[in-house]
Design a protein around this ligand. Structure first.
Ligand SMILES: Cc1cc2nc3c(=O)[nH]c(=O)nc-3n(C[C@H](O)[C@H](O)[C@H](O)COP(=O)(O)O)c2cc1C
Length: 316
């Protein structure tokens, strides 16, 4: 029997594979992680969660639900954001009994509501806050602490190498880098040269993020940058096959329909009926994007609130 060795380690946590579903608010939830994991996504990141929401009593609200995990999700990465190191520490301590394998600090979110108050990518212009956050968490938590960042605030303030160095000095175990600045949001091209430069500069694993769109891009980013793992975000929506290194365009349509059914069943089991179906609509548009599904049928699928009727329409 041969066992595949880990692709890399996050401190003492092995990662068996190098293609990873990006954390994506609104997408990388329990049901979609289950699908992507089945196809080979090697790490399981939650959607980002505000530290403040994790300080109080545990509830069944949307933020606590983001920390739900299924048996077998490994390594499970809880992603937290905030602008206060002590609060981030308390939030992380408060969720340890949910047994994450890794805590990740979001330093990449570019929305005004988050970055404008010094959280997400808003941490990057505050090196002292980054240092304090990683120092505190690495010192007080028994599990590895990682971070996901961008290049910096704007074209003139690309301080990812400085922030990377500070993270390493303060105990970070891995860095994921989305190769864009805050002001770029999702425009232009991700800078893979920067990912390569970070990989050369730090002694811990680096995950590259940005513009991996095809199966071939996974190997292309790894070769170009030397990074240890590759995150796939937008190109993985409606396309879990990318983790199995299968091009969606090469698949028979029946296989896509089978994945739609499976994903919807997971959504209904997790969110209930019909909420799961309503939330599934944004995924459906990505699954059948570019496929020759008659518009009238697609419209009917997108408008029904009845899961049984949806499945019936799909059969037809
Ligand atoms: C809808 C959406 C939600 C996202 N939410 C998060 C998030 O919660 N945490 C995070 O670190 N990055 C988040 N990102 C950024 C992605 O993880 C990724 O870095 C970025 O999309 C670039 O990769 P891509 O070109 O493969 O999409 C989000 C991106 C999108 C499109």
């Amino acid at each position: 029997m041969t066992t595949t060795p880990p692709a890399f380690f996050v401190r003492d946590v092995p990662v068996y594979g190098d293609a990873i579903l990006s954390p994506m608010a609104g997408y990388s939830d329990v049901p979609y992680r289950a699908l992507c994991r089945a196809y080979g996504s090697a790490m399981q990141y939650t959607e980002f969660v505000p530290a403040e929401s994790l300080l109080g009593r545990r509830g069944r609200n949307r933020f606590w639900m983001r920390l739900d995990k299924q048996p077998g999700e490994y390594p499970m990465v809880f992603q937290i954001f905030g602008n206060d190191a002590q609060k981030i520490l308390r939030a992380a301590q408060n969720v340890l009994d949910l047994e994450p394998d890794i805590i990740d600090i979001n330093m990449g979110c570019s929305t005004r509501q988050v970055s404008g108050r010094g959280a997400g990518v808003g941490m990057m212009p505050q090196p002292a806050l980054v240092a304090e956050t990683f120092r505190l968490l690495a010192h007080h938590l028994p599990i590895p602490i990682t971070g996901k960042m961008r290049l910096g605030w704007d074209a003139d303030q690309q301080n990812y190498l400085e922030i990377g160095r500070i993270m390493v000095e303060n105990g970070a175990a891995l860095i994921a880098l989305h190769g864009r600045t805050k002001t770029q949001k999702y425009d232009g091209h991700a800078n893979w040269d920067a990912i390569a430069a970070l990989k050369r500069a730090v002694p811990i694993p680096v995950i590259g993020s940005g513009d991996v769109q095809t199966v071939a891009d996974i190997a292309r980013m790894k070769t170009y940058t030397g990074c240890d793992g590759v995150m796939i975000g937008r190109a993985a929506i409606g396309n879990p096959w990318i983790f199995a290194r299968q091009e969606k365009a090469s698949l028979p349509f029946g296989e896509i329909v089978a994945a739609i059914r499976l994903h919807l069943r997971e959504m209904l089991a997790y969110y209930g009926d019909p909420h799961g179906l309503v939330l599934f609509r944004k995924h459906l548009k990505q699954y059948v994007d570019g496929r020759s599904l008659p518009q009238s049928l697609l419209d009917a699928l997108l408008h029904t609130t009845d899961a049984a009727a949806f499945m019936q329409l799909l059969t037809e």
